[in-house]
Design a binder for this molecule. Structure first.
Ligand code: ASP
Length: 305
């Protein structure tokens, strides 16, 4: 099977001055994931590597540099899902993990449950030999400054101007036909402590089914949850298509329908990336911009914001 990879760095009103950094971030993530897929590695390794690259980049709202909650703390959520087994590993409300996606993978591979939250999730991380950091180590200067301005005044996009950020995600298909999807986020800025959005929820912020395709979402979590956007988009793929052109049309229709549903029934904004079961990429968003990237069949990278 021909491998395929698509990534995103969030769908928001990304300002001009952040476009270059978002493009570079997506390119680095493609590089990290594609070096694994191109040499015959697994889709799980690829989505993990791509998401780690995005989490480590403070231009995105995941890992270090995540938005702060109303207490001025980072609280991250992440998920990875296996399209073959429909098993997921998900974690929510993490305050002490630099790379929440690593914990999601540990939960997928080593935990009898599919989702852990808060202190229990961190205890599992520690027992699985992941290193815990201090909560302050996840706070970037830019986010602290935005939080300070929001606390003095009220939460407003203007206080985040110049470094609006987004959730990150990746979907990969490997040579063996294994399909994985992953999403990682710091959630929305100035959220109430304990708030969990769509991102770590199976079917909402992420879904993968090898019989149809895989999706990672971004945007206003409270709206994405209403329409269970990732699973809904994957279900739109459950149609037979005989040739490449038809596959592309079905994939594109699926993401467009999902965004339309988000707008009309969820009354929200956001976007999603998708690979169908044979690796056809598609994306859509109804925000001013989304940061994304995918790999062409000839191995060249496309990124855009
Ligand atoms: N969907 C995320 C959340 O609501 C935010 C985002 O995608 O930027 O937590």
């Amino acid at each position: 099977m021909k491998p395929s990879l698509i990534v995103h760095g969030g769908a928001w009103d990304i300002p001009n001055e952040a476009v270059r950094a978002c493009n570079e971030g997506c390119r680095n993530a493609l590089g990290a994931g594609w070096s694994i897929l191109a040499s015959g590695g697994s889709a799980l390794e690829a989505v993990e590597a791509a998401v780690i690259a995005l989490e480590d980049d403070p231009v995105f709202d995941a890992g270090f540099g995540s938005h702060l909650n109303a207490d001025g703390k980072v609280e991250c959520d992440a998920i990875v899902m296996d399209g073959a087994t429909l098993r997921a590993g998900a974690a929510a409300g993490l305050q002490r993990l630099k790379n929440p996606i690593r914990l999601a993978r540990k939960i997928l591979e080593e935990c009898p449950h599919m989702m852990l939250a808060g202190e229990g999730a961190e205890r599992f991380a520690n027992a699985s030999s992941l290193v815990l950091c201090k909560p302050e180590e996840l706070v970037s200067e830019a986010e602290w400054e935005a939080f300070r301005r929001c606390s003095k005044d009220e939460h407003a996009a203007i206080h985040h101007r110049g470094h609006e950020q987004g959730t990150v995600g990746a979907v990969a298909l490997d040579r063996e036909g294994r399909l994985f999807a992953a999403t990682s986020t710091g959630g929305t800025c100035c959220k109430l402590p304990g708030r969990v959005g769509d991102s770590p929820l199976i079917g909402c912020g992420c879904y993968a089914d090898s019989q149809a395709g895989g999706v990672s979402c971004t945007g206003y979590g409270e709206a994405i949850m209403k329409v269970v956007m990732a699973k809904t988009a994957v279900d739109f793929l459950r149609r037979d298509s005989s040739n490449e052109e038809e596959k592309r049309a079905v994939a594109q229709q699926a993401v467009q329908n999902a965004v339309q549903l988000l707008a009309e029934r969820g009354r929200g904004t956001g976007g999603l990336i998708l690979l169908d079961r044979s690796g056809t990429p598609a994306f859509a968003f109804n925000t001013p911009r989304m940061a994304y990237g995918f790999v062409n069949p000839d191995g060249s990278f496309v990124t855009a914001v």
